[in-house]
Design a protein around this ligand. Structure first.
Ligand code: SF4
Length: 337
């Protein structure tokens, strides 16, 4: 680990000013990803700006929905009565991730900024376009079992690791940020980016901007939802494929459908055509398979991850079936019946 200076920000403006002044500085809050990255020499900040004392840890009513401060710990968000009652999809996704200890330390804002778990990204002995732009992507011809099947580029085939963000994508949350040019709101769908020619950039945050809050819209999908996470072991593992399904039902007919996938792309993956095909249709396995076909028509496998296409197909059908029936996936008993 390299030497670094430490600054504690007293206000959001101070944090923004310190970050904007130093391109090699990093914000630290829970530190559950950043400290690992520093130990592996993937991140080598010359300054850490500690924002843990900022007043960004509240959960408040906001325009019919809820505003989660950037510093709300994942565990508090999941167990907050308003979140668990009105946004059980979000609570379920949070509880599907990491361990209780990590969820106690990890923050809402930090979860949005966590970086890929690609093995090569963490190994400074190998090239990696995300870690060292222009050095190459050994995952494309190497071991790529956990990598993307959708939206990858010839520069990077990494996946985004978060569970929380998949639920936020389905809920169409809005990320509030503050930077040198003031505050702005970024819809969740536009917050994370595909790798393209710049895989080193995970998000659309501009230099000097920090996340201050995440807004959950009034439409909560609290009756027909599920977060289904498929992984190599039942806990403390990243998703091979996950599905956040949120439906509004009119009897057996789907009135509104939202579907986001995790573990398959560089960002939570949504497909507007697939969601449109679900709307107004009966909630049957045939309808769900059709939506899965639309999403996966553009999937591209690599040597070791072709299994993800069939896994995703089955997960989409299962997730939508659970959501339609109002029988969400339990995060206590994770076995899929
Ligand atoms: Fe690096 Fe992305 Fe390739 Fe992984 S997939 S080695 S993160 S460039």
């Amino acid at each position: 680990m390299n030497r670094f200076a430490y600054t504690r920000a007293g206000t959001v403006a101070e944090a923004v000013q310190a970050l904007a002044a130093d391109p090699a500085a990093r914000i630290i809050a829970g530190g559950t990803n950043l400290v690992d990255l520093m130990k592996y020499n993937v991140e080598r900040p010359d300054r850490l700006i500690d924002i843990t004392r900022l007043p960004l840890d509240g959960i408040e009513e906001h325009e019919g929905g809820l505003r989660l401060g950037a510093l709300v710990p994942n565990s508090r968000a999941a167990y907050d009565e308003r979140v668990s009652a009105r946004y059980p999809l979000l609570a379920s996704a949070i509880l599907a991730g990491a361990s209780p200890q990590l969820r106690n330390a990890a923050t809402t804002g930090g979860n949005l900024l966590q970086r890929t778990r690609c093995y090569y990204f963490y190994d400074e002995g190998t090239p990696c376009n995300k870690r060292v732009p222009g050095s190459g992507c050994p995952a494309i011809t190497g071991v790529n079992r956990i990598h993307a099947i959708l939206g990858a580029s010839e520069r990077c085939i990494a996946t985004h690791p978060s569970d929380l963000c998949v639920a936020l994508a389905a809920l169409e949350a809005v990320v509030q940020v503050e930077g040198p040019d003031g505050a702005r709101a970024i819809p969740m769908a536009e917050f994370h980016r595909l790798p393209g020619d710049e895989p080193q950039r995970d998000t659309t945050l501009r230099h000097g901007e920090i996340i201050t809050a995440v807004d959950l819209p009034a439409e909560d999908f609290s009756r027909h939802y599920t977060y289904l996470k498929l992984r190599d072991r039942l806990s403390y593992a990243f998703a091979l494929v996950s599905v956040a399904a949120a439906l509004e039902m009119d009897g057996d007919t789907i009135r509104t459908a939202r579907l986001a996938l995790g573990g398959v792309a560089h960002k939570p993956w949504r497909n507007a055509e697939a969601e449109a095909r679900l709307q107004g249709r009966p909630a049957t396995p045939e309808t769900f398979r059709e939506a899965a076909d639309v999403i996966l028509a553009e999937a591209r496998p690599y040597a070791h991850n072709a299994f993800k296409i069939e896994l995703a197909r089955r997960a989409i059908v299962r997730g939508l079936s659970q959501a339609a029936a109002g029988t969400p996936q339990s995060q206590t008993d994770k076995r899929i019946q």
